[in-house]
Design a protein around this ligand. Structure first.
Ligand code: PNW
Length: 510
């Protein structure tokens, strides 16, 4: 036992300490757990997305996506990696279903590749692509696992990007046509739909900073235009489902927003305001129109409006919703999906007025507390308290919506099977969800672990591994092997919560 602890400590330092040294005393100090169970029928899931796992990027009639285009350029993705093969789930989906079965999950969150079913984005249907998802759903049914399906996880058909992509307001009509096809083809079996995965990433990284496909650069302008079209496209698809499919398919439709937690760095009111502003700019940007007033947060309208005027724009860089659009958008979701990973400390800090960007518009400085544990991703620090705080914040700001955690998880770079760091992460984040439900009365109805398996982690390639299952990428069969965290997660699901006599729940790390 002593030996195992020592090994664990070493591994922990190796995994956690790749960008700093973790004080040894921190490693064994666990936050006290709440030993209790989740509500009956709680949704337990794990997730992937099409481009990250499917491979088969150009077979059976699939059209190229903006990520296929983006990763074909040299120097973009770490080590020139691409999603061309990835986990080859287009062929090996039964392995994924087997892995899911061993986790005891009730649901599998996966995404449909838009260009696989509509190679040109609109028009011509690619039947082999439709059949692939039918086969996957059928295999899930045999395993008694329900699908939770994301319509858009970043892989826009290149043909639509060639017409302006998310900057073209016609994108709402294109997205509606695609969604209608999916609801028609798969809606008898899919009862939980997610329209968009993380519109924040598309708007800010895809069209603002240009560090994600389609790599357009307009940090203070395109960002908000893309965001606006994303919200309207989401609402259009919600209304389509509500009027034409919900009456007989009886599912729910939501949106998955990635929202960090922001704590004030000090007791100063200015820093508390800065933290609130950061949350509003990240979460409120999309949640306020859909779950709140039907419009952007007032702090965004004020800041961007004032700065735009000083910068010589003749109108705000933040587009306006018409009265009809506000009514159309408000209430356009049955649940709020939350992708949550990490937290920041926040200070008030006025930006340079010549800096025309979404980031500068916020007038703040956000950073990580150096005492927080790291992970395999530079942006991901382990802060379980953040998830509970975020859930409470969302409940209070957006009318106590039903929430599903649509992603939560942690990376390492080793992909080791003895993944104590990930067990630590899941234990404490999931326990904070339980506390939010039991102690704070937040309406969370499901939890999704990101990710089912190591996969194509976008610009980080295959270096940052989020999987509950290891994938051996050097073997052509791409075998999936359960990590220790997979057994731990399966145990939590089996118990529907935290039991005192579950060894991992008593022993702090493993
Ligand atoms: C999510 N952040 O992206 C995506 O939905 C997944 O496809 C991805 O694999 C996963 O998280 C891990 O990265 C995020 O900077 C990217 O806060 C960045 C952030 C959050 C989520």
């Amino acid at each position: 036992m002593a030996n195992i602890n020592w090994m664990g400590w070493l591994l922990m330092v190796l995994l956690v300490g790749n960008d700093k040294t973790v004080p040894v005393s921190c490693i064994y100090v666990d936050e006290p757990l709440l030993y209790d169970t989740f509500p009956p029928n709680f949704v337990w899931a794990s997730a992937t997305s099409a481009h990250q796992i499917e491979g088969a990027w150009n077979v059976d009639g699939k059209g190229p996506s903006i990520w296929d285009t983006y990763t074909s350029q040299p120097g973009i993705v770490a080590e020139g990696a691409t999603g061309q093969t990835a986990c080859n789930s287009y062929y090996f989906y039964q392995k994924d279903v087997d892995a899911l079965k061993s986790l005891n999950v009730s649901h599998y969150r996966f995404s449909i590749s838009w260009p696989r079913v509509l190679p040109d984005g609109i028009g011509r249907i690619n039947q082999p692509g439709v059949d692939y998802y039918k086969n996957l759903i059928a295999a899930l049914k045999v395993a008694n696992i329900q699908p939770m399906v994301t319509l858009y996880h970043w892989d826009l058909p290149q043909a639509l990007e060639d017409m302006g992509g998310w900057l073209n307001s016609s994108v709402a009509d294109w997205f509606e046509e695609y969604a209608r096809l999916c609801f028609t083809q798969f809606g008898d079996d899919v009862k939980i739909w997610v329209t968009l995965n993380e519109p924040w990433i598309t708007a800010w990284q895809g069209y603002g900073l240009g560090v994600s496909a389609p790599a357009k650069y307009g940090p203070g302008t395109y960002t908000y235009q893309a965001g606006h079209n994303l919200i309207l496209a989401h609402a259009k698809v919600y209304r389509l489902y509500e009027s034409s499919f919900k009456p007989f398919q009886q599912g729910k439709v939501g949106i998955a927003l990635n929202i960090n937690w922001y704590s004030p760095a000090t007791d100063l009111t200015a820093d508390a305001d800065a933290a609130e502003r950061a949350l509003q700019f990240m979460g409120g940007w999309f949640a306020n129109p859909i779950f709140g007033s039907g419009d952007y947060p007032s702090i965004m309208k004020q800041k961007i409006g004032e700065k735009s005027a000083l910068q010589g724009f003749n109108q705000s860089r933040l587009p306006e919703f018409t009265q009809e659009q506000k009514i159309f958008v408000q209430g356009s979701a049955d649940f709020l999906g939350i992708n949550h990973y990490t937290s920041f400390l926040t200070e008030d800090k006025p930006s340079d007025i010549n800096d025309i960007s979404y980031e500068a518009d916020q007038d703040l400085y956000a950073y990580y507390d150096p005492s927080w544990y790291g992970s395999g991703s530079p942006w991901l620090k382990i802060t379980p308290f953040g998830l509970r705080n975020l859930l409470i914040w969302l409940r209070d700001r957006f009318n106590d919506p039903e929430m599903i955690i649509t992603e939560n998880g942690c990376s390492d770079t080793a992909g080791n099977l003895d993944d104590m760091l990930r067990i630590y992460y899941f234990k404490h984040y999931i326990n904070n969800v339980l506390k939010a439900i039991k102690n704070d009365g937040v309406k969370v109805t499901g939890y999704t672990a990101w990710s089912l398996m190591d996969n194509f982690e976008w610009r980080a390639g295959y270096n940052e591994k989020f999987g509950l299952f290891n994938v051996n990428f050097t073997s052509p069969e791409l075998p999936r092997t359960a990590k220790a965290s997979a057994s731990y997660y399966a145990q939590i699901i089996r118990d529907n919560g935290f039991r005192t006599d579950q060894p991992c729940n008593n022993y702090p790390i493993s």
